[in-house]
Design a protein around this ligand. Structure first.
Ligand SMILES: [Zn+2]
Ligand SMILES: [Zn+2]
Length: 419
């Protein structure tokens, strides 16, 4: 019996992988234009990193982490998101000492033990970015403008930027008290999870997925109405900058995001068509205080992540053929050595070239070349070898020329260059 893949993960096969590569290439170019540099963070981290950042009573930490002890009993996990690892790396490598502003992006897999559904996997992929070191609302607007541009550049049309402010350490305590008071008054109508959350972390009740809870929460106090003067001014400035830049947005006073570290600006980029119920393409926000809470200096932060699976589901199918060879070398008879040398020389020149392996008939090799989509076939039979030449067949034009073997490499490289 064969061994199957683990539940909730999937293979990205040739064809689809090329589509992902193309999207990643666009993202890299956009990040570069906006002054971001890549960071490659590990896939495994200490479990504690996420307990201390994402938060103890969050769905991610309570239910969705792939947590396991290593052989010495240290509790590790597969990273469920990218922000905390980037902040950890920022602190550990003292990036703040080289430049007061760090603009970093990452691309890679994340892991959450969720119920697998269409478009939702336990290993999923994110393109994310973080800016550390800027508190000004201009940065929030810059990051929002970038993510909207990036998603558009990737080819997604029909997204809505939903925006909210979550307050900060100054104004949130009063809001949490008010929220807790409300939640206690409607306790009987809430689910079991929420009974516990309302005591430990009342904000997390707001992202309960239970429909009964959601109905009750429609009457809950709004965080956006409890902002202190500084948070209100920050939020107003972000919105003013967005209007200046012509970035459309919708205020969404119930948007809270399912992570503890967000303060002030929080947002979601939501697809208005094509994805069904779970339709956010990108999300993020400001997290001033997180760097300090994880043991670093008191440096503000702001970031977002784009969900690759959702993104790719929204993109037009386009060309999804695996890369085809430019040339197929068909060797007939005792010409293997010369054919192999030509093949290797061309590959060293960067020409995608392929060959048969088993000394099959010319007809069978041509069939294989056609199946692979090769644009040219170099035929090297014993007659050709004795005459010191190859037959170069243009598969599309259905014609062929004799090319001296000594010039074959040059000729094929030239055709590749002018393809
Ligand atoms: Zn505030
Ligand atoms: Zn609930």
């Amino acid at each position: 019996m064969s061994v199957a893949s683990v539940k909730g993960v999937r293979d990205l096969l040739p064809g689809e992988a090329e589509r992902w590569q193309a999207a990643e290439l666009v993202a890299r170019a956009v990040f570069r234009a906006y002054g971001f540099a890549e960071i490659r963070i590990p896939i495994i981290e200490s479990n504690e990193l996420f307990v201390r950042s994402v938060g103890e009573a969050t769905d991610i930490v309570e239910k969705e982490m792939f947590t396991f002890p290593d052989r010495h009993g240290e509790l590790l996990c597969l990273r469920p998101e990218g922000t905390a690892p980037v902040v950890r790396a920022f602190i550990e490598n003292k990036l703040y000492a080289t430049d007061p502003v760090a603009k970093l992006f990452y691309i890679g897999p994340m892991f959450r033990y969720e119920r697998p559904q269409r478009g939702r996997y336990r290993q999923f992929h994110q393109i994310g970015a973080e800016v550390l070191g800027v508190a000004e609302p201009l940065l929030d607007a810059e990051v929002l403008e970038m993510v909207v541009h990036l998603v558009g550049r990737l080819g997604v049309t029909g997204v809505e930027l939903q925006l909210n402010s979550l307050g900060d350490a100054r104004c949130r305590p009063a809001f949490l008290t008010a929220l807790q008071g409300f939640l206690r008054s409607v306790r009987a109508e809430l689910c079991g999870d929420c009974h516990r959350r309302l005591e430990v972390n009342p904000l997390r009740v707001l992202d309960c997925k239970n429909e009964g809870c959601q109905a009750v929460l429609a009457r809950a106090p709004l965080v956006s109405e409890a902002l202190c003067a500084e948070c209100r001014a920050h939020y107003e400035a972000v919105k003013a900058y967005l209007r200046q830049q012509g970035v459309a947005f919708v205020e969404h006073p119930r948007l809270v995001r399912g992570l503890d570290y967000y303060v002030r600006t929080a947002f979601e980029l939501v697809a208005t068509t094509g994805l069904g119920a779970k339709n956010e393409v990108a999300a993020g926000g400001r997290y001033d205080g997180l760097v300090r809470d994880l043991g670093g200096p008191d440096v503000p932060g702001m970031g977002f992540a784009i969900g690759m699976e959702r993104l790719m589901a929204l993109l037009p199918e386009g060309s999804s053929e695996p890369a085809q060879p430019f040339l197929f070398v068909a060797s007939v008879g005792q010409t293997g050595e010369a054919a192999w040398r030509l093949l290797t020389e061309l590959r060293h020149e960067g020409v995608p070239a392929e060959a048969g392996y088993e000394g099959k008939s010319l007809k069978s090799q041509l069939r294989r070349a056609h199946k692979l989509g090769a644009l040219y076939v170099a035929i090297l039979g014993e007659d050709e070898l004795n005459a010191g030449q190859i037959t170069l067949r243009d598969m599309k034009a259905q014609r062929q020329d004799a090319v001296p073997l000594a010039r074959a490499r040059q000729e094929i490289v030239a055709r590749w260059a002018s393809r």
